[in-house]
Design a protein around this ligand. Structure first.
Ligand code: SF4
Length: 280
């Protein structure tokens, strides 16, 4: 079964590679796709559905939208689109928006708290519907922006994991678009006529100044040195712990026998964390 366009074929290839590299999907999985209504989550749902139809294994999809309760949020458009395409879906109406107003500290960035609250809802629904994995639409640009944000502003060398098991071991979050660029996801959502819906919260589309700056920096660098983004992505899977200063990785200074060296030689990923951004 041929893909509809070179773009779809390219995204399918990148997504398949991420699935294979990080063992993201297994036979019998019921995958719950976090569907915000933004371009990335639509692109994720669409490409997973394409892969599902071609995969040598069986897995199913259910799209779940967490409606934060903002007035004018077009959940009906999400419902209609899913129905038209035969996608199983659930829309969970919540009052996260009001809750945010109540508990968010003045001048705090809302997206991190919002993402945590919505993640809690997703975990609950995953348990209710028996989902084995929760797929989120973070893409390559999110990974490298998060890496630089942590590097520049949080004093940590970390991006986000392609696969993360929750602290209680009950849920597995996967990010199959890890190798797909934001521009590709945007074009793909457009190519497949998927309706981009804003979350309607006051901060919608309003990136933090730090994230805006990092986005611009990467964009400028990519223009000057095409391939910078790919190099940064490659760096995330090519960590050299002995060339860092974290003494937990090399406590005794005995480099040959250190855990760090063994991890470095095995190629095991060392640093895993995540941050949130608008829309997720
Ligand atoms: S922009 Fe999106 S992620 Fe950020 S607070 Fe609003 S709804 Fe939440």
């Amino acid at each position: 079964m041929a893909y509809r366009s070179p773009l779809e074929s390219r995204i399918a290839k990148k997504t398949t590679k991420a699935i294979s590299d990080f063992n993201l999907i297994a036979d019998g999985d019921r995958i719950m796709v976090g569907l915000s209504g933004g371009k990335d989550s639509w692109a994720l749902l669409q490409i997973l559905d394409e892969l599902r139809q071609r995969a040598p294994i069986d897995f199913s999809l259910i799209a779940v939208n967490v409606d934060s309760g903002y007035k004018d949020f077009k959940h009906d458009v999400i419902a209609r689109t899913c129905e038209a395409r035969g996608w199983e879906y659930r829309i969970e109406h919540t009052s996260i928006g009001d809750l945010m107003d109540d508990i968010l500290e003045a001048n705090a960035t809302p997206c991190s708290l919002c993402a945590r609250l919505r993640r809690g809802v997703l975990y609950r629904i995953a348990s209710e519907i028996g989902a084995t994995k929760i797929a989120l639409g973070h893409h390559l640009d999110d990974f490298i922006e998060t890496l630089l944000l942590n590097l520049f502003f949080a004093g940590s060398l970390m991006a986000m994991p392609a696969r993360l098991v929750s602290d209680d071991g009950q849920h597995t979050v996967i990010r199959p678009l890890a190798y797909v660029e934001e521009a590709e996801a945007r074009l793909y959502a457009k190519e497949r006529d998927l309706p981009i819906i804003g979350c309607c919260c006051p901060a919608c589309g309003d990136l933090s100044l730090q994230r805006q700056r990092v986005k611009r920096l990467i964009m400028d660098l990519e223009v000057e040195h095409p391939g910078v983004k790919q190099s940064m992505l490659k760096a995330l899977s090519n960590v050299k712990p002995r060339h860092l200063l974290d003494r937990r990785l090399n406590p005794s200074g005995e480099l040959r026998d250190s855990v760090a060296l063994r991890l470095e030689e095995s190629g095991a990923p060392l640093l895993q964390i995540q941050t949130s951004r608008p829309g997720h």
